[in-house]
Design a protein. Structure first.
Length: 426
């Protein structure tokens, strides 16, 4: 199967210098969502139609494991969807049918595309449609007595009866490559925009007696596109709610499906509870029986079994052990490893540290570039002074040490096993 993805739109209504298809939903570019769905269909080749911002899109797509399937076709002038397909047509393998879709429909399901691409006739022409409660602004699908598509009528050209139709055109199609190659050559730009519209092939299909089969998508939200930042925000909420539903069905206890965000990959075990307003970014693992309290942000981190992440905690590129308490209002920064049965309390910040089991820093501390042993107590207000203005230095605190409140540990420094450092020491 050939695939053409139309991604040359500038997205001027987004009012952004970023290409429209590179705006993100769920922490991933719109175009990346579409490509992932398409790759699941196991196509022979994907032709990505791009405009003047080709380089930025190439950089995004280069991260795909199967990016060798993708060929970029540059549409140097924005002359419409018909023109985009026309310049891709010479590349298409005529022995296979072609799927055509858009780069800004990130919610499209693989199952819907499989249904569309199921070959039932030869030559094939199948058009994905949707049933919506409010079809305002969309082209209407007019069916004939055989329940096939007779024509697609733009709203401005529709009569009073056609305006009542709630089946709309999505523009996504699965079509005979031989036919599309022939028909796109015949499209003209005799319209106010002077563009070549892909759906102008419909009269040619009728002339060649090729039936146009409608394939109705089950969830009309799948075919939503993005043209404005307001639409993008609405789509983000739809995406996140669907993700929350999926996770809940797999056993994740989410306090409010409407206040839950995943911007990457979330892996979790049984009996995990997520309170409201939590955001998970990148690759996150949450172990069995862990509780995440409200408004936590966790990025590229692993939380082991039975731990508690208390409210308003920020964890990034860190590892948290079993039965450990983090927060509230804690910040674990890059390369923080906190062992089992530890406690990092309110207003404690860590970076590049390794804290062993049963140690605790309960209040108001900065711990950076440090190795902290087992059963260590870090008193309130303790600071590891790790930076001399030019270089970072390490603090080592061995097992069973006691660090009193308001201690300044000026690195490089070592506190030996079982030692006590009195409050206010520098």
């Amino acid at each position: 199967m050939n695939v053409i993805i139309l991604a040359a739109g500038k997205g001027t209504r987004m009012k952004s210098s970023l290409p429209k298809v590179l705006h993100q939903i769920g922490g991933k570019a719109l175009i990346s969502h579409v490509i992932e769905s398409v790759i699941a269909l196991k196509p022979t080749k994907i032709y990505l139609i791009v405009g003047t911002q080709k380089k930025e899109i190439e950089n995004e797509v280069s991260s795909f494991e199967k990016n060798d399937l993708i060929t970029f076709v540059e549409q140097k002038s924005a002359l419409g969807t018909g023109h985009a397909v026309k310049i891709a047509a010479p590349h298409l393998s005529q022995s296979q049918n072609t799927l055509i879709l858009f780069g800004d429909v990130p919610l499209i399901n693989v199952s819907s595309l499989k249904k569309l691409c199921k070959k039932e006739s030869n030559p094939v022409f199948k058009l994905m449609t949707a049933i919506v409660s409010d079809p305002s602004g969309y082209g209407r699908i007019v069916r004939n007595e055989n329940d096939l598509i007779e024509r697609c009528v733009e709203e401005k050209d529709s009569n009073s009866e056609e305006k009542k139709i709630n089946e709309i055109n999505t523009g996504i199609m699965f079509i005979s490559t031989e036919k599309i190659k022939s028909w796109v050559k015949k499209i003209n730009n005799d319209n106010s925009q002077k563009e070549y519209y892909l759906l102008d092939i419909i009269p040619f299909a009728k002339k060649d007696s090729i039936p146009i089969q409608p394939i109705v998508v089950e969830d009309s939200r799948e075919i939503l596109g993005v043209n404005t930042l307001a639409q993008k925000s609405k789509m983000e909420r739809i995406f996140q709610y669907k993700m929350a539903e999926k996770f809940a069905d797999k056993g994740l206890e989410i306090a409010d499906l409407n206040r839950f965000d995943v911007r990457g990959e979330l892996v979790f075990e049984n009996d995990v509870k997520i309170d409201v307003g939590c955001i998970f970014v990148g690759n996150v693992f949450i172990g069995k029986g862990t509780t995440i309290e409200p408004y936590c942000v966790i990025k590229d981190s692993s939380i082991a079994n039975g731990s508690q992440i208390k409210a308003f905690t920020n964890i990034e590129n860190s590892i948290v052990g079993t039965n450990t308490i983090i927060g509230p209002y804690s910040r674990l920064r890059l390369n923080s490893t906190v062992g089992d049965n530890c406690k990092i309390g309110n207003f404690v910040e860590t970076k590049n540290i390794d804290i062993k089991e049963y140690s605790k820093a309960s209040h108001l501390s900065y711990l950076g570039d440090a190795k902290i042993g087992k059963r260590v107590n870090i008193g309130a207000g303790t600071i590891t002074c790790n930076y001399d203005g030019n270089y970072k230095h390490q603090t080592i605190i061995e097992d069973d040490a006691f660090i009193g409140s308001n201690t300044e540990l000026i690195a490089p420094v070592k506190v030996k096993k079982g030692a006590t450092v009195g409050a206010g020491t520098t």
